[in-house]
Design a protein around this ligand. Structure first.
Ligand code: 13P
Length: 342
């Protein structure tokens, strides 16, 4: 088998380590136009191409401070090729702040036949060409998300093994093209299940994922894991503390994520902004199990919710919105070091 050659290994390791530099995490703003439209509707902003560009411009022009807390941004295809009002390409604006541009490369979810509503993601066929193009355009990492739903009989073996394999194929194609793959198996928060069930499912999903990465000779030092924290389902009535969430999360990761992986960056998955910060802080303070990896954030909703609400699609609110984003970034930066005081 062939690992990436020594030079490529060095490049991938450098990118991965920069993404998890102490006190830094990732801002996920890769919502496809439809998804962003739903979030715009919730704050009364109109979903036009130019409003989406203006909103991203707001984020990228927040403050030079942002680059001290945000290591990378995950973009949707269009954003890579858009420009600010003054003609500066977004990629240049981002890179100029010491932030690394990344790209979402998974495509639509398609149903798995015979499953109870489970799915897998499309996008492998032309992935090598797309990765090569994105690398030329200034992106240095990618993301692919798999979604696994906890139900009475799910996630099934079929969904777990298929999604693990597709993540491994994606990761290997990224690495061949100089992009660090962020491998994202997302065990969804929907459901009534308790903390223990989420922990067991998360452990199983991660174990399958790392077996598949090994089967496909993925160079783990040049990858990051993006996954869910272990929490009770959204409709579960048993309340748990951030410390319990932290212990379950760290235990699950320690049982399944190889020490060669440099970092785990959590998704927020529907947690509130404050919950996502407090839980990340508890995870970084937790001593329930060994933690050989950096533990940071790659939040979408939990970094943008207040910001988007403050903006509400209006030019006059841009600065207020930027203050909100900076506050969330600062709080999560502290939490990634276990130094957040609510
Ligand atoms: P959330 O933090 O809103 O879950 O989004 C992160 C992400 O990129 C999901 O793929």
């Amino acid at each position: 088998f062939e690992y990436p050659n020594a030079e490529l290994q060095k490049e991938l390791t450098g990118i991965a380590n920069a993404l998890i530099a102490p006190g830094k995490g990732i801002l996920a703003i890769d919502e496809p136009p439809g998804t962003l439209g739903l979030r715009f509707a919730a704050v009364g902003a109109e979903n036009t191409e130019d409003n989406r560009r203006k909103y991203r411009q707001l984020l990228f022009t927040t403050s030079p401070q942002l680059g001290k807390m945000i290591s990378g941004v995950i973009l949707f295809h269009n954003t890579v090729y858009q420009k600010a009002d003054d003609g500066t390409p977004f990629v240049e604006l981002i890179t100029g702040q010491g932030i690394i541009p990344g790209i979402k490369v998974d495509k639509a979810f398609v149903p798995l036949m015979g499953s109870e509503g489970e799915n897998t993601a499309q996008g492998l066929d032309d992935l090598a060409q797309r990765c090569a193009q994105y690398k030329k355009s200034g992106c240095h990492f990618a993301k692919w998300r798999s979604a696994l739903k906890i139900g009475t009989n799910t996630p099934s073996y079929q969904a777990i093994i298929e999604n693990a394999n597709v993540l491994a194929r994606y990761a290997s194609i990224c690495q061949m093209n100089g992009l660090v793959p962020i491998v994202e198996p997302d065990v969804l928060m929907d459901g009534e299940h308790d903390l223990e069930r989420c922990q067991k499912v998360t452990e199983t999903v991660l174990a399958f994922t790392y077996k598949a990465l090994q089967d496909h000779h993925v160079f783990l030092e040049g990858t990051l894991l993006k996954t869910n924290m272990v929490t009770p389902g959204k409709s579960c009535t048993i309340l748990v503390t951030p410390e319990e969430i932290a212990a379950a999360t760290v235990t699950a990761l320690s049982r399944t994520v190889p020490a060669a992986v440099p970092g785990v960056v959590f998704l927020s998955g529907g947690q509130s902004e404050e919950e996502a910060t407090v839980n990340l802080n508890a995870i970084n303070r937790c001593t329930a199990a060994r933690k050989p990896w950096a533990l940071s954030f790659s939040y979408g909703r939990a970094l943008q919710a207040s910001c988007r609400k403050a903006w509400a699609g209006k030019e006059e609110n841009v600065q207020r919105a930027q203050v909100e984003l900076l506050q969330r970034a600062a709080a999560n930066s502290l939490a990634s070091r276990g130094r957040y005081d609510p």
